[in-house]
Design a protein around this ligand. Structure first.
Ligand code: SF4
Length: 595
């Protein structure tokens, strides 16, 4: 019973910022496939939970991946996985809806189905009284295939309009299917839910492989076209996306979060958010100031969420308005050349002592390869300005293992960091620390680098050692290096670029109870070894460290993101020639197909 006690204590510590809606008769459990503090920090999860709650006829509850001690108890049979609010077994619901922001949580989706006592695979549930299992969220926009065999229906795109449409269609199907009302499944018939925009029923799509294991074709047996058009909302101001339930246990417990934009105008070639959410959409400064003012009634810190915050129209005014009200604005990430003196001053007035800047690459050459549209002088000017405004700690984001990268580019990360340190010390000797946050490059679907391999973990490790030595030589203890493990990145690349065969690997990892990066890596190594000796498991390297051919059918090609494939390919070619593309001008450009 300690699970229930913990859930009730958590509920008692939550503050719900809206009026609760009376429930209907469709019982839906919205699940975030990670632990409670992570789920409650996720604006997408909070938003979709609220959309289900306000949909007519729905009675909504939540569930999360249990805490580590709770998982031990559930696995040993000493406890049961229950919904968060009412304490009901998940099999009691009519629909369970996963909201998945990060593809690494695909493993937790399978673990949660297992803990719920449900057959994992869709086909094993058909015709039996189990809930309809649906999934949405930014991870499934990109590539749902690794969990396609476990989910009945995906909703591909933004949920604000799609989820109410889904519920309305579901109600129609449910009436048709009467009796019995509950436990309706859309498979095998051309139902209303299968025809809403963004609906992806994996049963309709059957991938076929050639002798080398690549996709040869995908046969389609559903209605209409064999394409799933991802759904987008045009005007962000029509919908607010802010914190709706506050809890100090959330990983952003001291903040009220406000989503400022979707997408990004800059088109960095490695970045999924810059392509999947095209075209860039901003909330108006007036809306953002009003939302921040509402948030200041609850928290002193307003977290401004989006891909790149220095380009948000009116951001300096928003920071100033927050400062004038005695609060602090915490933007998620700033592009160095877009930080205006007004913004730097407002951030200082806000009481910010730390700012994150993302040069992404150390050398001028590599910044051209990734289309960063940012030169060294602009980075140095921005950091000098921030130091002059009293910012004491700088965090610099870089990537390693990018396509076209040489060792000299890696060493230039250290040179640039040392120059930044020198400039800011000259401006303000009290600058505390420069932290270099280093992340291995992971190829993402729907980006110009989707065809590129991830560099071998061993090779990345060698580069990290090279960089660590150079940073120490140039900056000593004033520079801290915080490097993400290439093994974690390997798993991320597997679930980012995998097809349905990766589901077998995920099932095995889940059955073996692998949760932490170490055990996952060990199990993947065993699978690699077995694959070479002819086991049923595919070799993970096939999806991670292999270059995908430009004319190959990609597992996620059936999604229509309205971006021409030739455009992504031309961006890849420009990367090779170190040519940059100008940022989006949505008023007149139509080149990529999204506008
Ligand atoms: S059409 Fe042009 S402006 Fe619109 S998203 Fe594509 S590149 Fe950007």
């Amino acid at each position: 019973m300690f699970l229930r006690k913990r859930a009730l204590a958590r509920i008692a510590n939550e503050k719900v910022l809206y009026e609760r809606h009376p429930g209907g008769d469709i019982a839906v459990c919205v699940i975030y496939p990670n632990v409670y503090p992570v789920g409650m920090a996720n604006l997408g999860f909070q938003a979709v939970y609220h959309i289900f709650e306000t949909a007519r006829g729905v009675d909504v509850d939540r569930a999360f991946l249990p805490d580590p001690d709770e998982r031990v108890a559930i696995r040993s049979g000493g406890a049961q996985l229950l919904s968060f609010e009412r304490g009901r077994p998940l099999t009691d619901f009519e629909i369970i809806a996963f909201s998945i922001s990060f593809e690494t949580d695909y493993l937790n989706v399978i673990t949660l189905l297992r803990m719920a006592g449900m057959p994992l695979r869709r086909r094993e549930r058909v015709g039996r009284h189990y809930p309809l299992v649906i999934a949405g969220g930014s991870a499934v926009f990109l590539n749902p295939e690794p969990i396609a065999d476990f989910i009945d229906l995906f909703l591909i795109g933004e949920g604000e309009e799609m989820v109410p449409e889904f519920i309305a269609a579901y109600e129609r199907d449910r009436i048709q299917a009467c009796p019995p009302h509950n436990h309706f499944h859309p498979q095998g018939s051309h139902t209303a839910v299968s025809q809403i925009g963004g609906a992806y029923l994996p049963d309709y799509f059957q991938p076929e492989l050639d002798h080398s294991g690549r996709l040869r074709s995908v046969s389609y047996t559903g209605p209409g076209e064999a394409k799933v058009k991802r759904q987008m909302i045009q005007n962000l101001d029509r919908f607010t996306t802010t914190s709706l339930i506050l809890t100090e246990e959330s990983v952003f417990g001291d903040m009220y979060l406000v989503e400022a934009s979707r997408g990004c105008q800059w088109g960095c070639r490695f970045c999924a958010a810059g392509f999947m959410y095209r075209p860039i959409r901003y909330r108006s400064p007036r809306t953002l100031i009003a939302e921040a003012a509402r948030g200041l009634n609850e928290r002193n810190v307003i977290g401004l969420v989006g891909a790149e915050m220095a380009s948000v129209p009116g951001v300096a005014d928003i920071a100033q308005a927050v400062a004038d009200s005695g609060g602090r604005l915490s933007p998620s990430s700033l592009k160095a050349d877009c930080i205006s003196p007004q913004l730097a001053a407002a951030l200082k007035q806000n009481g910010n002592r730390s700012v994150t800047v993302a040069p992404e690459a150390g050398s001028e050459r590599m910044r051209k390869v990734i289309n960063k549209n940012l030169d060294e002088q602009q980075i140095l000017n921005a950091t000098t300005m921030l130091a002059a405004e009293g910012i004491e700690n700088l965090k610099l984001y870089f990537m390693i293992g990018l396509p076209e990268e040489q060792d000299t580019d890696v060493l230039e990360i250290a040179c640039l960091t040392a120059k930044i340190l020198e400039r800011v010390r000259a401006e303000k000797s009290s600058l505390g620390r420069v932290t270099v946050s280093l992340n291995p490059f992971v190829p993402k679907p729907w980006t110009p680098f989707q065809w590129d391999p991830m560099e071998e973990p061993q090779s990345i490790k060698r580069k990290v050692v090279l960089l660590r030595t150079e940073l120490w030589r140039l900056g000593g203890s004033a520079i801290e290096l915080d490097a993400e493990s290439p093994r974690d990145a390997y798993f991320q690349a597997l679930v980012s670029r995998g097809d349905r065969r990766v589901g077998v690997i995920l099932e095995r990892l889940s059955a073996a109870g692998c949760e932490a990066p170490g055990p996952i890596w060990q199990e993947l190594r065993r699978i690699k070894h077995e694959a070479k000796n002819g086991s049923i498991f595919p070799d993970p390297d096939f999806f991670v460290t292999r270059s995908y051919a430009h004319d190959e059918i990609l597992p996620w090609d059936f999604i229509d993101h309205q971006i021409h494939k030739w455009f992504l390919l031309s961006e890849r070619k420009k990367a090779h020639y170190e040519h940059q593309t100008r940022p989006c001008d949505v008023t007149r450009c139509t080149v990529c197909g999204a506008c």
